[in-house]
Write a protein that binds this ligand. Structure first.
Ligand code: ADP
Ligand code: MG
Length: 562
């Protein structure tokens, strides 16, 4: 038999049932994809004009999304670069079908297909998730271009003929299939556009809306209103994070916060503007919300964008765990969006992004702490939990946070870890030389013990937060040498001896010399040393030690060495 070599081909005819089945839960992304394509085409014409490669009028680039409930169509129209018939064949047919093959290949191997879904950039092709027929009407910007019309019912065959478009740009018309009737609903489309297109860089219009406007005064001098029909523009084309921090006032940041979270009543405490272009691209603004207790903690508040297109608010793999408590946006074209989750975790860019964000957050906190210690202390109740959480879960963050993490005592005075160590290290010492940090986790219950400790001149920390049990352990490890934490009502207070008192001998030099001589004589061994070096109340007023040198000599003789 003759040897034969070949390639196994994947048949794209079968792709639609597969896609429909597996993408069903997330099929709303078709609108994100088609609107992004319209934005891309619009940005391209602007760019060509600015490069002098297009001499016509750029004109109004507003993109229209139109819904026709009776015809059961959704149309996305742009004034972008358009496509010739040749380009449709090249970009739509080829890309679509090669994209489909790629999908099949990835799908074949992936055991986490459900996770791939929202992230898999199906682009134009995703239209077929909701439409049983898709039409393109396009006129290219190129001089002398003929309008082209393309139609496809989701099989691998298509038709292309003369188009009807008279102005530059593209209409994509979706004939919505029966299972996707939900998308023939105005408020559903509005919702999807709000979600994905709210910050796209080209204006997007979805019909009109009625608004009431002041209209002079009536005969009695009362203000009059009239209802006006206005363009329903979905998006803000230049959201705060795309601007330079120097262009923005505090009010701009607060306004943008409310754009992002229209339902939030609280103001953020402060924010961090992220801006990096090497070794990866990333911009964004992170807001610190007030976090008072664990119950209030809401995760998944950070929204991830790629070139101003909303991707997801599940940022688990991109943002360090403890920063999930923050709010805001991250925009990066470098975060791979079309791969599975396990891939994302392993991606080196994602790791770098992670480290970068952690560093930025730590730096910002440090900066605020240095610039305005009092303000920082006032915010401590709201940010302390977050910072402690970060320190307990992220070593890199902890390294930096050791400098600005605050310890609060029962008199509501704040100390850095270093300051507190310095304050008590000579006073709150036990007989083994451990530095004892006294703390209370219930001020009213332990009140008499607190007063007792204070009367002795000791300082009592308040550690009553939800993470403080763990944080006490952290302080013992990293809070300074020989630090031990003891609750104020444990029996330790009576046993603390200030360092200077520990060193005070109750015998004069002369007396202790004499005492040593007496003991020496009594023991009468020249390999042993007697020291009188203690307080009168101490357990060990006299110590008898074997001289280190003599002991070693003895040991050597015993083992017969030398
Ligand atoms: P991608 O956007 O990732 O390139 P798509 O499948 O979304 O992939 O689109 C394929 C190509 O079709 C685009 O790169 C573009 O060249 C072309 N295209 C799609 N939509 C439009 C449009 N509205 N105007 C002009 N070209 C378009
Ligand atoms: Mg696209």
């Amino acid at each position: 038999m003759q040897e034969e070599k070949g390639t196994i081909s994947i048949h794209t005819e079968n792709i639609f049932p597969v896609i429909k089945k597996f993408l069903y839960s997330d099929n709303e992304i078709f609108l994100r994809e088609l609107v992004s394509n319209a934005v891309d085409a619009s940005q391209k014409i602007k760019r060509l004009a600015s490069l002098g490669q297009y001499s016509g009028e750029v004109g109004d680039l507003t993109i229209d999304v139109k819904l026709d409930e009776t015809a059961k169509t959704i149309t996305i129209s742009d004034h972008g670069i358009g496509m010739t018939a040749e380009e449709i064949k090249k970009y739509i047919n080829q890309i679509a079908f090669s994209g489909a093959t790629e999908f099949m290949e990835k799908f074949k191997e992936a055991n986490d297909a459900n996770e791939i879904i929202g992230r898999f950039g199906l682009g134009f092709y995703s239209a077929f998730m909701v439409a049983d027929q898709v039409e393109i009407n396009s006129l290219s910007y190129q001089e002398g271009a003929e309008p082209a019309h393309w139609t496809c019912d989701g099989s691998t065959t298509y038709e292309i003929n003369e188009g009807t478009r008279t102005t530059r740009g593209t209409d994509v018309i979706l004939h919505i299939n029966e299972e996707s009737a939900e998308f023939l609903n105005k408020s559903r489309i509005q919702e999807i556009l709000n979600k994905y297109a709210k910050f796209l860089p080209v204006p997007i219009r979805f019909g009109t809306k009625t608004e009431s406007e002041p209209d002079g005064e009536d005969a009695d001098g009362k203000p009059k209103y009239k209802t006006v029909e206005k363009d329903n523009i979905i998006n803000i084309t230049n959201p705060a994070w795309t601007k330079a921090p120097s262009e923005l006032t505090d009010q701009d940041y607060l306004d943008f916060y409310h754009e992002l979270y229209p339902h939030s009543m609280d103001e953020p405490l402060f924010w961090i503007h992220l801006n990096v272009d090497y070794p990866f691209n990333l911009t964004g603004i992170l807001y610190f919300p007030k976090i008072k207790n664990e119950l209030e903690i809401q995760r998944n508040k950070i929204k991830l964008y790629s070139r101003q297109v909303f991707i997801t608010d599940e940022v688990k793999d991109i943002v360090p765990e403890f920063l999930m408590l923050l709010q805001g946006v991250i925009d990066s074209p470098d975060i791979p969006l079309n791969v599975s989750r396990s891939f994302l975790q392993a991606d080196s860019n994602v790791k770098k992004i992670n480290n970068y964000i952690t560093k930025k957050v730590a730096d910002k906190l440090q900066e605020i702490f240095k610039a305005d210690r009092k303000g920082f202390e006032e915010k401590w109740n709201d940010i302390g939990l977050f910072i402690k959480y970060g320190m307990l879960t992220d070593e890199k963050f902890a390294e930096k946070a050791n400098d600005f993490c605050l310890l609060k005592d029962v008199d509501a005075a704040y100390y850095t870890m270093k300051e507190f160590y310095e304050k008590v290290k000579d006073i709150q010492v036990d007989k083994d030389g451990n530095i004892v940090y006294l703390y209370t986790n219930d001020q009213s219950q332990q009140d008499s013990f607190i007063s007792g400790a204070k009367a002795k001149g000791y300082d009592v920390l308040v550690l009553d937060g939800p993470l403080d049990v763990h944080f006490a352990g952290y302080l013992e490890q990293k809070g300074g040498e020989k630090v031990q934490l003891k609750r104020v009502d444990s029996d330790v207070i009576e046993k603390l001896i200030p360092k200077d008192e520990q060193l005070t001998l109750n015998l004069s030099e002369e007396e202790s010399k004499k005492a040593s001589e007496i003991f020496d004589k009594a023991i009468s061994r020249n390999d042993m040393k007697v020291e009188v070096d203690a307080l009168s109340e101490s357990d060990l007023p006299v110590s008898v030690t074997l001289d280190e040198f003599m002991r070693r000599m003895k040991d050597m003789a015993k083992t017969g060495g030398g």
